[in-house]
Design a protein around this ligand. Structure first.
Ligand SMILES: [Zn+2]
Length: 378
């Protein structure tokens, strides 16, 4: 299975210049390849293929010498990206969806380039026991390997995020099954302040530091809105805002990883709500600010579970927050009612814990419950 490892790069000033230049060359190649496809499609209704376009690469590198400083496979990967954008476009046309024609990438809108194979011959190589990485056309760049790299490197992508640079290695790793475990748990993706609640009654909140950064974010956002657009102070506040956004994203990711790790270590089977059905069925106010985070969290959970040989099941979430898990009585209650006693069987219940128990029960009741084993995105 594939696993991604992301590390911070510390390029020198001249190296940063070379990285920026590489991105710009890739962006220009992307846009001209897109242009060619658009023109041909408009004029003749015909498709240009990846192999037709990649034939030009040697010629481009011959005539535009700056392209010699970019590895040929990196350039091929750019053409692959154009190809994927078009395949997506044609797929949407075929399905009758709103197609959304592939777009040109503006300046600062092209933020990464990929070495599709790793190794010295392919333009990227780890050096000095992981303290540096050699990148074709850039040189030997300082690297912080904050956790060890595992498995066989398949691809390496260099990314710009704000004013930071990262490298993401996608590696082929062996799954590491944990010992068998018969414990099963249902999780309810919680309403505030809970991130999730388990059928065992555990209530997990987002960590304090994360909530604190979010409060800070709101403050910076307010102060930005008071500053004059285009002024020096506005620009500074904007930079601070971008930095905070990145910090929050990292903290959230860290929280997701730790929580997923804990669940996978504790339970052999984990049952959650199917987010696609949830999105269709619930009222917009029902679940608050965590929405965006759940999909991300479930992806990490599915991935860690697959790696450990655990089962993750997604079930239809309808009525899970209304039914009594003991006697099955269905009743709609206002959102603010968190704890109540079932009027039919007298069981004292907590709404979210009851929902989590119903979710768990559904996995056994609906054997068709979809087992989600997705591979991770980057
Ligand atoms: Zn009951």
């Amino acid at each position: 299975m594939l696993k991604a490892f992301k590390y911070r790069l510390y390029p020198t000033k001249p190296q940063t210049g070379d990285l920026e230049r590489t991105l710009e060359l890739c962006r220009q190649l992307y846009n001209s390849a897109l242009q060619e496809r658009r023109d041909t499609y408009r004029r003749a209704g015909q498709r240009v293929t990846f192999s037709q376009q990649s034939c030009y690469l040697p010629q481009i590198r011959e005539e535009l010498s700056e392209y010699k400083k970019v590895h040929s496979q990196v350039l091929q990967d750019v053409l692959h990206r154009v190809d994927r954008a078009f395949q997506g476009f044609f797929r949407r046309v075929k399905r009758g969806q709103k197609p959304g024609y592939p777009r040109f990438k503006g300046k600062r809108r092209y933020d990464s380039f990929t070495f599709p194979q790793a190794g010295a011959n392919y333009g990227v190589k780890i050096q000095d026991g992981g303290k540096r990485v050699f990148l074709f056309g850039i040189g030997s760049v300082k690297l912080k390997l904050h956790r060890p790299l595992e498995g066989q490197i398949k691809t390496a992508t260099v990314k710009r995020e704000g004013d930071h640079w990262y490298i993401v290695f996608v590696c082929e790793v062996e799954p590491k099954p944990l010992p068998e475990n018969n414990r099963a748990v249902g999780i309810d993706l919680g309403t505030n302040p809970h991130f999730l609640v388990t059928s065992d009654g555990e209530k997990v909140e987002a960590p304090r530091y994360y909530q604190k950064t979010q409060e800070k974010l709101a403050k910076v956002q307010r102060s930005l809105s008071r500053k004059k657009k285009g002024s020096n102070r506005y620009r500074k506040a904007k930079l601070r805002l971008a930095k905070l956004h990145r910090k929050i994203a990292n903290q959230r990711k860290d929280f997701h990883h730790k929580l997923a790790r804990k669940l996978v270590n504790t339970y052999g089977t984990i049952v959650h709500e199917d987010l696609n059905i949830l999105a269709l069925s619930r009222t917009p106010v029902a679940k608050g600010v965590h929405d965006a985070g759940w999909a991300e969290f479930l992806k990490i959970l599915a991935y860690k579970a697959a790696e450990a040989g655990r089962r993750v099941i997604a079930v239809d979430p309808r009525y899970t927050s209304q039914d009594c898990p003991v006697c099955g009585r269905r009743e709609r209650r206002p959102l603010w009612v968190r704890e109540y006693t079932c009027p039919s069987c007298g069981t004292p219940l907590h709404r979210d814990v009851a929902a989590a128990q119903n979710i768990l029960a559904k996995a056994w009741a609906e054997p068709s419950g979809k087992v989600s084993l997705r591979s991770p995105g980057l």
